[in-house]
Design a protein around this ligand. Structure first.
Ligand code: ADP
Ligand code: MG
Length: 236
């Protein structure tokens, strides 16, 4: 479904992403983990066309989306929830969801049904300003906004960051619900163990390069991955 071939990208003259190949199949949840600064967010932005691809190729459903603008990428069926500034705090829940359908307004109603199937709790809060909501609720609005155009692939950058352990569990449960409704997901996560436990496959990045890849189960069981990236033995 999504295929990255030797992707190189960055902001200044330094290459941050230094030749990464990876893929996500239809109906898969793929998690990308790695230390702070390893390039996870940059990789997501590169896929979504927000950071310029310097070399390599990105294919989505067989078509080349290398250097395609974000609004065009959205039309092709990819949704993206950035790590930060992913809601409009001064707008209501409904207005935030409407913004998600900004480029294809005729698809709002159908998308809304899908979003409410995943996040029924948003309906009662439709008139609430998002800035006054809890961190967990804001995440749901952010994800809902990206889901409104019913993407076939959803990119989530740190969906559980800043949330209590209980809310983190709720978010991961929602991620599984989204996947079960037929959306593939690529997730970047600090809570690597939890993310891998709901994923089919995973990648470990380090300094802009791929360090490990494989089935989520085998990454969770890999001694080196555990020691370096999963907080040591026996920790959660
Ligand atoms: N807007 C930017 N301009 C220049 N450098 C950036 C920018 N955003 C991130 N970087 C740099 O890119 C590297 C990777 O950052 P990032 O992709 O955010 O890592 P991660 O998401 O894995 O923590 C870091 O060295 C960071 O300082
Ligand atoms: Mg990041």
């Amino acid at each position: 479904m999504l295929k990255l071939i030797d992707v190189v990208s960055g902001y200044t003259d330094v290459n941050i992403i230094q030749g990464i190949s990876m893929e996500a199949e239809k109906d898969e949840i793929v998690t990308i983990i790695g230390p702070n600064g390893s390039g996870k967010s940059t990789l997501m932005k590169t896929i979504f066309g927000l950071v310029k691809l310097r070399s390599g190729r990105i294919l989505f459903d067989g078509s080349d989306i290398s250097r395609v603008r974000p609004d065009k990428i959205v039309r092709k069926g990819i949704g993206y929830v950035p790590q930060e500034r992913n809601v409009f705090p001064s707008l209501t829940v409904w207005e935030n969801l409407e913004m998600g359908a900004f480029i294809q307004r005729d698809r709002f109603e159908a998308g809304l049904e899908e979003v409410l199937a995943i996040f029924p709790e948003l309906e009662a809060k439709r008139e609430q300003k998002v800035g006054t909501m809890s961190g967990g609720e804001q995440k749901m609005v952010a994800i809902g906004r990206a889901l409104i155009l019913m993407p076939t692939l959803l990119l989530l950058d740190e969906p559980s960051s800043g949330l209590s352990p209980k809310l983190r569990e709720v978010v991961f449960k929602k991620i599984v619900d989204i996947n079960e409704l037929g959306t593939s997901l690529i997730i970047v996560e600090q809570n690597a163990r939890m993310a891998l436990s709901v994923s089919h496959r995973g990648y470990v990045l380090e300094m802009g390069k791929k360090r490990f890849e494989g089935e989520a189960k085998s990454l969770l069981a890999n001694d080196e991955v555990k020691k370096l990236y999963l907080g040591g033995y026996g920790c959660i």
